[in-house]
Structure formats: C-alpha cells, structure tokens
Design a protein around this ligand. Structure first.
Ligand code: NAD
Ligand code: IPM
Ligand code: MN
Length: 367
C-alpha cells in the first residue's frame, strides 16, 4: 500500500529542516519496506504569497485531501507578510478545514540533552500536551469599531462548543487511560475567565465520569506554567484550550532543553481528512539561512506521521535513532541549540544513518 504524503516546507528554517525530515522518512521507509510517495508543493510560503497574492491556490482543498498526510515545515516571515495573514491563510486554514481538532505535542527530556531545570534527567519530563486545535481563543468572531479614533474598540470572542471540547477531551482521556500513570491535568482559568472556563471544567468533570481509572487534576494556567518549571514530573497528559495549549507546548519543550526538538501532530482522528505533522517551532528568521537549525523537531514529527499511518515500528526506530545520536553527544554533530557546533544536514545525516543501520538493540524490531 502506497502512502501519499504532501510536503510543504514553508519559510525560513522550514526549508532547511524539511530535507532532513524527508531523509529520515526515506531511511525508515527503506528499512521497513514502507511505500512512501512524497510530493512537494511550493505553496503555503510567504514567497508564494508575494507572487500570487494569497498563501494557497484556490484548489488547495481538493489537491491536499487526496493525500494520506501532510508533512509540513514552518510558515511565517513577518518582514514580507504580516503573520496573521500568512498563518490564517495557511496553517490555521488546514487545521480548521481538515478538522484537525487534536494537536498532540509530546514533551520529553531526551538522553544527552541538558534540561535548563536543575537536576532533571530523562524520565523526569515525559508528558503530552493535548491542545484543542480548531476553536477556542483562535476565533474569527469579533471586529473593530471606531477604527483609528479615540473610541476604538477591538473585540475577539472565544468560541467553545460542546462537540468541539468534548471530542478533544475524549482524545486526551483515551490517551491518559492508555499510559501507565493514567493521569490527566486540565489547564483552566475558571477564576478569571468566568464564562467559558467554568464551563470547560464541567465538561472535564463530565468526561472524567467515563474514565474512573484516570486520575484527574486541574490547575489555573498561571500556576500551571510555574508547575511545568518547578514540577515537570507531575504531568502525564495535559489537556488545554487552543491558546493555553499553544503556550504550554513551547514552555514544555523549553524545559526539555530546546524547542528545536519538539514535534507535533495535528490530527483528524476519524481519518476523514489528512492529518498534518510539523515541528512545534516556527521559521526562526533570526537563524534562517545559516544551516544551524535543529532538524529533530521535523524528524520526530515524521516519526509521529509514520506511526499515524500504521507503522509504529518505523516511528519507534526514528525516535531510537534520535536518542542514540543525542546520547553520543558529539559536539561536531549537535546543533548550537544543543550545545554543539554542528549543522542541520550534519545532524540530519547522522540520524538517517542510524535509522538505516538499525543495528542497536534499543530499536531492533521485537519478535
Ligand atoms: P520560532 O519558533 O520561529 O523561534 C523562536 C526561537 O527559537 C528563535 O530564537 C529561534 O532561533 C529558535 N528556534 C526555533 N526553532 C529552532 C530550531 N529548529 N533549532 C534551533 N533554534 C530554533 O518563533 P517566533 O520567532 O515567534 O516566530 C518566527 C516566525 O515563525 C513567525 O512568522 C511566526 O508566526 C512563525 N511561526 C510559525 C509556526 C508554524 O508554522 N507552525 C510556529 C511558530 C511560529
Ligand atoms: C503553533 C504556532 C501557531 C499557533 C501560529 C504560528 C499561528 O505557534 O503551531 O504552535 O499559534 O498555533
Ligand atoms: Mn506555538
């Protein structure tokens, strides 16, 4: 069976880490006999916008819906196109129109990486952020009145639906139930955001009734961010609204050393539409063009994609290769965010070689 993958590299370091993501995918596909057909597109980038006046061609839904998954880099170059134009014209459209309502973002301290949190070792930080990905604070309901005058008013409404919240909670509870610790933490702010958030709490409580084995707790988002730093070992599955999840899923990976390693899966769990796999980080204009971006977030996203496509052994082998290369800790191979002096292709190649070799007992397929 052929898996058809649309490849959208985007802007800035998206175009630098994507070749490494593809290289890792191809190494895993070769090793495990997986038939991948990768098709690259130039749309969903700010250069495409400058040429065409829009981020995507009009027929993008028909084009992309034919793929089994989307492998995506990073979009945004604010000096060329305002961020809200480029992102609402691409990534945020994909998430909504393809109903990718779960944004699954693992936060794991990997071997060989030093956490900025003193004394933390692998195993201390190993949780998922499950972010609601299609509604909430990211709404287009609102507007501006009396624009440009002293009376200017700007409103943007938070939109939460019972269907939208319950389905992402169900995903998060199922995930918690499947993990050894069976623990779920809800990010709330029901003390201050006094309409939507108390209601969010009642939906969490209602869903919890169906999962008696899952231990549930909740924190207001402000102290939750503090607890990510002070007690990252408390967390197993953290479920959050769109904006809270966005914030937590940069903070979590920062606690694991660098956001350069963090992957994400924008999932349409029913499989009606293609899911999208991308690093958590953006296009990093500050380091773009220098060949020093960490490609691990992109490569790990590829591992999540293979797992989603029904090849967990290939996904596990990619992650094992990442871990093996990190554990070796060769400063010539590691990128600067990992304390090394290596390059994007150098680190990507080391990981791809490790995937191909498959000679370590940690990633050998179990028989
Ligand atoms: P960013 O994630 O691009 O960068 C934040 C910081 O992290 C920068 O200092 C950057 O150099 C560093 N960094 C990020 N990825 C790295 C990597 N792989 N290796 C090493 N260092 C890395 O966030 P930002 O600066 O807020 O945004 C830049 C642009 O990217 C904006 O246009 C923004 O809207 C966009 N953005 C896009 C996505 C996406 O496409 N999913 C996500 C976040 C931001
Ligand atoms: C992310 C990004 C996006 C988001 C931006 C670029 C719109 O930060 O994927 O986390 O806010 O969802
Ligand atoms: Mn973000």
């Amino acid at each position: 069976m052929t898996h058809r993958i649309a490849v959208l590299a985007g802007d800035g370091i998206g175009t630098e880490v994507m070749p490494e993501g593809v290289r890792a995918l191809e190494a895993a596909a070769d090793r495990f006999g997986i038939d991948l057909e990768l098709t690259a597109f130039d749309f969903a980038s700010c250069d495409y916008y400058l040429e065409h006046g829009q981020m995507l061609p009009d027929d993008w839904p028909e084009t992309l819906v034919a793929f089994d998954a989307i492998f995506y880099g990073a979009i945004g170059w604010p000096d060329k196109v305002p961020d809200h134009v480029s992102l609402w014209g691409s990534l945020l459209k994909f998430r909504r129109e393809f109903d990718q309502y779960v944004n699954l973002r693992p936060c794991r301290l990997l071997p060989g990486i030093e956490s900025p949190l003193a004394g933390r070792v692998p195993g201390d930080i190993d949780f998922y952020v499950v972010r609601e990905n299609t509604e909430g604070e990211y709404s287009s309901v609102g507007g501006t009145m009396f624009e440009g005058t002293e009376r200017e008013v700007v409103i943007q409404e938070t939109v939460m639906t019972r269907t939208g919240v319950d389905r992402v909670l169900k995903y998060a509870f199922d995930l918690a139930q499947s993990r050894p610790r069976k623990k779920l933490t809800s990010a709330t702010k029901s003390n201050g955001i006094a309409i939507t958030m108390p209601w969010w709490d009642t939906r969490v409580a209602a869903m919890a009734e169906h999962y008696p084995e899952v231990e549930v707790d909740k924190f207001h988002i402000d102290i939750l961010t503090a607890n990510f730093v002070l007690h990252p070992d408390w967390f197993d599955v953290v479920v959050a609204s769109n904006l809270f999840g966005d914030i937590l899923s940069d903070l979590g990976p920062a606690c694991t050393g660098t956001i350069g390693v963090a992957p994400s899966a924008n999932i349409n769990p029913e499989g009606r539409f293609p899911s999208l796999f991308e690093p958590v980080h953006g296009s990093a204009p500050d380091i773009a063009g220098r060949g020093i971006a960490n490609p691990i977030g992109q490569i790990w996203s590829g591992a999540m994609m293979l797992e989603h496509l029904g090849h967990p052994e290939a996904g596990a082998a990619i992650l094992a290769a990442i871990e093996a290369v990190l554990a070796e800790g060769d400063p010539v191979v590691l990128t600067p965010d990992l304390g090394g002096r290596g390059t994007t292709p150098g680190l990507g190649q080391a990981i791809a070689e490790r995937i191909a070799a498959g000679d370590r007992d940690d990633d050998a397929p179990r028989r």
